[in-house]
Design a protein around this ligand. Sequence first.
Ligand code: ADP
Length: 445
Amino acid sequence: MFKKILIANRGEIALRVIRTCREMGIKTVAVYSTADRDSLHVKFADEAVCIGKPQSAESYLNIAHLMAAAEITNADAVHPGYGFLAENPKFAQICNDHGIKFIGPTPDMINSMGDKITAKETMIKAGVPVVPGGEGLLQSVDEAKSLAKNMGYPVIIKATAGGGGKGMRIVWEDTEMEKAYDTAKLEAAASFKNDGIYMEKYVEEPRHIEIQIAGDQYGTICHLSERDCSIQRRHQKLVEESPSPFMTDELRYKMGEAAKKAAGAINYESVGTVEFLVDKDRNFYFMEMNTRIQVEHCVTEEVINFDLIKEQIKIAMGDRISGADYIPMNHAIECRINAEDPYNDFRPSPGRITSLNQPGGHGVRVDSHVYAGYVIPPYYDSMIGKLITIAQTRQEAIQTMYRALSEYVIEGVKTTIPFHLQLMQDERFRSGDFNTKFLDRFELK
Ligand code: ADP
C-alpha cells in the first residue's frame, strides 16, 4: 500500500488525484510553480512543495526538481496526471530507479506507444486494423507525392511524436503537397523537437471513438467501453460522451476486442486508451494509444460507476483486476470549460475570475480547481474545469447539461460556455448525427 503519493501535475487533474487518495487513506504531496501558489491543488494536498518558476520547463517538466520534491517528502509513488511528463519514458524510468513507483505503465510500454509509427507497426503485427498509410517516416516531398498518388487523395501528414492535434496537414491534391510537407515538418520540429512525419489516408468525416482499457501486472486486460470525442476544433476535443450515439452492441464488441488485443500486444499494465477513427460504414482503424489517464476519463467513470484513478493506483500497487468488461449503464456528457473566447477564434483569456457560481443538482459533476478570486495563469492550458452530466438517456443528459451550463457563472474571463450552450440546442448534435468535421460548419450566433 502506498503511504504517500506525489502528484507531478497541476490544476483539476492534481485535485482529482488528491480526492481519490484521501478516500484511499493515502497522503498526498502537491507540487507547484510560483504561478500556481494559490491553486486549490496546493491547498488540498497534505504537503506542498514549490518546484520552480512559472514556465513548465522550469517546474512541471523539470525532472530534477520533481525528484528532489519526492525525496524530501518521502513519497513512495508519483502520479503524473495527463500532459507534462505523463508519457515521458525517461521520467518513468528515473522514478523507478529511485525506488519511487511511477503510477502508470513501464517505460518500455510508454516508449512503444509514444512514437506513432512504431505503435502502428506493432498494431499491424498484432492484427489490429490501422488507418491505411505508408509505413515508415517520409524522407522527401517526392516520396510523399508518389505515396499519395498510390493511396489516392486526400491524405494526411502527421508528426510521429504528435499530440494535441499539432503538426497535422490534410492534403487534397498533388499541388498542395510541397507546402503541407514543409509546414508539417517545421511544426513537428517546433512542437515536439522531432521532425519525423508520416502519411496516412485521410478518412473523410470519421468519428473519433476511443476505448478505455485497464490491464494489471499479471496479463489480465479488460475494456471499459467507449467515449465518442468527435466534437473537435482543430483536432482538439471539446465535448466527449459515453456511450457513443453511433455505437451498436456488435461494434462495441469488435472495438473492445481490438483494443484489448492492442494493449495485450505490449502486455499493457495500468489504465489507458486506444483511439480509433470510425468511418460511416462502421469500419474502424487504430490511430494511437494513450498510456495515461485522459482528460475525458470522467464520462466513463460515470456510466460504469467506477473510479479510474483508484483503479490506476491499485494496479500500480500490484492488485489484480477481474478481467470482466464493462458496458455503460447510463449516459454521460462532458463539456470542457476553457478560458477562451469562442467569439474570437477561441483565443485564450487568462486572468482573474471575479465572480463564480458552479452548477450543481441531480446528475451534475464539476471537476475544477478554480474559485472566485482565482487567477488563471497564462503559462499553461486554459482549462477552467470539466462539466459532466449524467442521466438515463442521451436526451436527458443534454437537457441537464443545458440547465447546468445556464447556471454556470464565471466572470472576469471569457469562457467556452456560450459555445456549449448553443451546441446543446443544435438539432444535428441532439440527433447524434455528427463527426469530427461537425464544428467546421458550426456557426456561433
Ligand atoms: P493527437 O495525438 O495530436 O491528438 P491524433 O492522431 O489523436 O492526434 O488525431 C487527432 C484528430 O485528428 C483525430 O481525432 C481526427 O479528428 C484527426 N485525424 C487524425 N488522423 C486522421 C486521419 N487519418 N483521417 C482523418 N482524420 C484524422
